[in-house]
Design a protein around this ligand. Structure first.
Ligand code: CTP
Length: 409
């Protein structure tokens, strides 16, 4: 519940602005006070009167209004809230936030605030995937701006893909998580999470690797940290930002990944989400391999990499209380995962179908099955960060159970 919380809602100019009205209703139902800043473009989509009627407060729009500045200056407006929420966060407003512009009241309050900021992006799919927007989003995430969505779906512009703004209920949930965080059930627990691909050197300039994006592993690290765990994320080379609140160790090869996991010290939880290369080159050369005219291509002798999941799962005094592995399969997903759980000696396997048609590799959504000694849970198709939150929630539940109940699992 949001009783007593004050939300400053910045409504910008996009077709999704109408969802701001529903959001205000939901926030007020949950007990929050809502005050709105409406941009000039936003006012083309929703009227100040609608916002005012639903929020039961005045609506701010003009930075140079003398009455506004004498009653409540823009600095005070930006600080007089527990959270600033931008709905919809347009490509333009995200760009202005990333650049630090303050050329209207909305961008000024966002720059002047000392409070957390949550943005709900909404734009055409090409605008969302444009390199400029991708860079702006990365910059903002690095600065600690929180994002909810966008989701994938049909859009008002008749195109399909990511860019659709999250629904009001999801945004309200994200707001609740930020300003009224639940108890931190994993406080005092330590976790190590592997993520991304590994790179196995052939010579100083060439390597063997795979398409893993690291999105799932990074989201799990963030979700465990959000529940209070002290998390070390051991990541192969990825193009996404380090998650906030997590110690990230960057590695390249499987050998380095294993060493970093072991150096993380004693942990209660290990989640191996990395796509570790199964083989490495037996003898990588110190110098670049040169083409020799007329000679056949060089043969590559491969040798197995250490299995990090199996190594961490080995019984012994230092074994984490809960070891979770992933099974990326393209056929007989659950049967292979049940077999893999036993073979590797881990406690749970999160199995997913990575056939190209599912779009799991590199995509934002995942359809998984949780395989444990107790049986198999089929989860619906979820955003990868939602899969991460559920998994972290299940892990917290596991540690909350009395030992007897665990044994019955
Ligand atoms: N894994 C690991 N170290 C390896 C290989 C895999 O830690 N050298 C982990 C992965 O992080 C994942 C799990 O093992 O949690 C399953 O990996 P996967 O590649 O799906 O299975 P494989 O062991 O390669 O089995 P198969 O080739 O039969 O699919």
């Amino acid at each position: 519940m949001l009783k007593g919380k004050r939300i400053l809602l910045v409504v910008a100019g996009g077709i999704a602005a109408f969802k701001a009205l529903e959001l205000i209703r939901r926030l007020r139902e949950r007990g929050a006070a809502v005050r709105c800043v409406l941009t000039e473009a936003g006012a083309k989509f929703v009227t100040p009167l609608s916002l005012q009627a639903l929020s039961e407060d005045r609506v701010y729009g003009d930075m140079f209004s003398l009455t506004d500045e004498s009653e409540m200056g823009h600095i005070q407006l930006s600080r007089d809230a527990d959270l600033l929420v931008v709905v919809p966060a347009t490509a333009d407003l995200l760009a202005r936030m990333a650049a630090g512009l303050a050329n209207d009241l909305a961008s000024t309050v966002l720059l002047a605030t000392d409070k957390p900021v949550l943005v709900a992006p909404a734009m055409n799919v090409r605008m969302w995937t444009h390199a400029a927007t991708v860079a702006n989003v990365e910059t903002l995430k690095r600065r600690g701006i929180h994002f909810v969505g966008p989701t994938e779906g049909a859009m008002a512009c008749n195109e399909f893909g990511p860019g659709r703004m999250s629904e009001a209920a999801e945004i309200a949930d994200a707001i609740e998580r930020l300003v009224a965080p639940a108890a931190r059930p994993l406080a005092g627990r330590r976790a190590v999470v592997t993520s991304g691909p590994t790179r196995e050197a052939i010579d100083p300039v060439r390597y063997i690797s795979n398409h893993s994006s690291g999105k799932q592993g990074h989201a799990i690290a963030a979700a465990l940290a959000a529940l209070g765990a002290e998390v070390t994320l051991v990541s192969g080379p990825v193009a996404i930002a380090d998650p906030p609140g997590v110690k990230t160790v960057a590695v390249e090869s499987a050998d380095q990944m294993l060493a970093a996991c072991q150096q993380a010290g004693r942990v209660d939880i290990a989640v191996c989400a990395a796509a570790v290369a199964d083989w490495k080159v037996a003898r990588p050369t110190g110098a670049k391999i040169k083409k020799k005219p007329g000679a056949p291509p060089p043969g590559l002798e491969l040798t197995p990499n250490p299995d990090i999941l199996a190594t961490l799962s080995k019984p012994g005094a230092g074994r984490p209380a809960l070891v979770v592995g992933f099974a990326a399969e393209t056929e007989a997903v659950v049967a292979n995962a049940i077999d893999k759980r036993q073979r590797k000696g881990c406690d749970w396997i999160v199995a997913n179908d990575v056939s190209p048609a599912t779009g799991t590799f590199g995509g934002d959504r995942n359809t998984v099955h949780l395989v444990s000694a107790a049986g198999v849970e089929d989860w619906p198709t979820l955003a990868k960060d939602e899969v991460a939150r559920r998994l972290a929630g299940r892990i917290a539940l596991h540690f909350a159970q009395p030992p007897k109940a665990e044994a019955a699992e």
